[in-house]
Write a protein that binds this ligand. Structure first.
Ligand code: ADP
Length: 401
């Protein structure tokens, strides 16, 4: 059985999925797993296509002390116990910088180039690259990097710039945008789900621990709420979203915080967690009776509404609105509250359809249709990886396209 391994490595966990390559080039998910608690209480959990448990085992802390060790342990389990020997590995890499508008086959030079973007995504990029480096020890195994920034790389210059001296833009200080693999997956799904609007103007709200919104026209990203880093835009689990840069200067100058303290503050202590003082987890906030939890949710919803207005202006009108990711796919009440804020744009929600998590949750007479589309970034990565592999094997086809 030919398989593709998809790896999404973070600071304390390595998530992976295995897809079988079917005869006609389709992909079927076979295994979903993760090694979490890296460096603290390592544990491998994995399930099969029907959710059946394939592994649930603890490891000694010394055996899985870092991300490469986690990759090695998970790889050994796949190889030795399940006889999985992937024909290629696709990696999620958060930052592709200004040059990568598409996924890329990885070699040492590509890794060296991608290391330069680590300061732009300090919590993600180094961990994304660690298992890639480990697997470069197997030079015959093709590896593909799929970037969260790539889908946004064709933005108009107006959407790509900050109002700073041009030289800094040339050096790479740009509005990159993130969650691109999720938005690309949604853009690819829309022609099947809603063919009448798929070529039109769509706002997609990716609401997870990280949250952003994207304006899509004709299947292509034209604007994102995120910019140079994944800090901008909506309030998130632990990140503040849009904040006046003057606040950061104040924290450093008046409160004496160092650059690394400000970085930790922005990535770990703000957003829903900072506002509520309770949790970064929307489920906990929704069940809390604390008024600060309610305020954090109010703020989250308010900023989604504001940003929808901004993206509607970028698109000069909207033909559909899509919810996705953990909160967007699962929270009936957040969707209802966002829909209320979008009434001026023509949204009329169908509460029953929303309550049963239907694919389309607006009423039939709603001027702006609203959809819930579960995202699948891993499948997107597997598709990209397979496509690059096929192209590599038939260079004539690549030249012709
Ligand atoms: P990420 O992939 O960025 O870690 P997810 O897309 O998994 O994040 O989203 C995680 C968020 O989704 C958390 O805030 C979690 O509380 C929220 N979430 C998941 N299920 C529900 C639910 N049923 N109701 C409300 N929020 C939910």
């Amino acid at each position: 059985m030919d398989t593709i391994l998809v790896v999404n490595a973070g600071s304390s966990s390595v998530k992976f999925q295995v897809f079988e390559v079917e005869g006609g080039g389709g992909l079927r998910r076979q295994i979903k797993g993760q090694m979490d608690g890296i460096g603290s209480r390592p544990r491998l959990r994995a399930s099969g296509p029907n959710g059946d448990t394939l592994a649930d085992r603890a490891y000694q802390i010394e055996a899985v002390a870092d991300v490469p060790a986690a990759m090695s342990a998970a790889g050994a389990w796949l190889r030795d116990e399940l006889d999985i020997k992937p024909i290629a590995v696709g990696h999620r890499v958060v930052h592709g910088g200004p040059d990568h508008a598409h996924p890329v086959l990885i070699d040492h030079a590509v890794v060296t180039q991608l290391e330069r973007y680590a300061p732009l995504a300090p919590l993600h990029q180094p961990h994304n690259l660690a298992p890639i480096r480990t697997l470069l020890n197997f030079p015959t195994l093709p590896q593909v990097a799929c970037f969260d920034t790539a889908f946004h790389r064709n933005h108009d210059a107006l959407a790509d710039h900050y109002a700073i001296p041009y030289q800094l833009h040339a050096e790479g200080i740009r509005r990159y945008g993130f969650h691109g693999l999720s938005y690309e997956y949604i853009a690819n799904r829309l022609p099947q789900i809603a063919p009448d609007i798929a070529g039109g103007r769509v706002i997609v709200a990716h609401l997870g621990s990280g949250a952003s919104m994207c304006a899509i026209r004709g299947g292509k990203s034209v604007e994102s709420t995120m910019g140079f880093t994944a800090l901008d835009g909506l309030a998130m689990g632990t990140r503040p979203g849009q904040i006046d840069p003057g606040v950061l200067l104040y924290l450093m100058v008046a409160k004496g915080m160092s650059a690394s303290e400000v970085q930790d503050f922005l990535y770990r202590d703000c957003g829903l967690k900072g506002l509520s003082g309770i949790s970064n987890d929307m489920r906990e906030l929704e069940t809390s009776v604390d008024s600060r939890a309610a305020f954090a949710i109010d703020y989250f919803v308010y900023r989604i509404g504001l940003n929808a207005g901004m993206l509607a202006a970028a698109l000069q009108g909207v033909d559909a609105f899509v919810f996705t990711a953990g909160i967007g796919e699962n929270s009936v009440s957040i969707r209802a509250r966002v829909a209320e804020r979008l009434a001026w744009l023509g949204v009329a929600l169908d509460p029953a359809e929303n309550g049963r998590h239907a694919g389309k949750i607006s009423r039939s007479g709603s001027r702006l249709p609203v959809y819930v589309v579960p995202t699948d970034e891993e499948l997107m990565i597997a598709q990209h990886t397979l496509a690059l592999l096929v192209n590599r094997q038939s260079p004539k086809r690549e030249r012709a396209s």
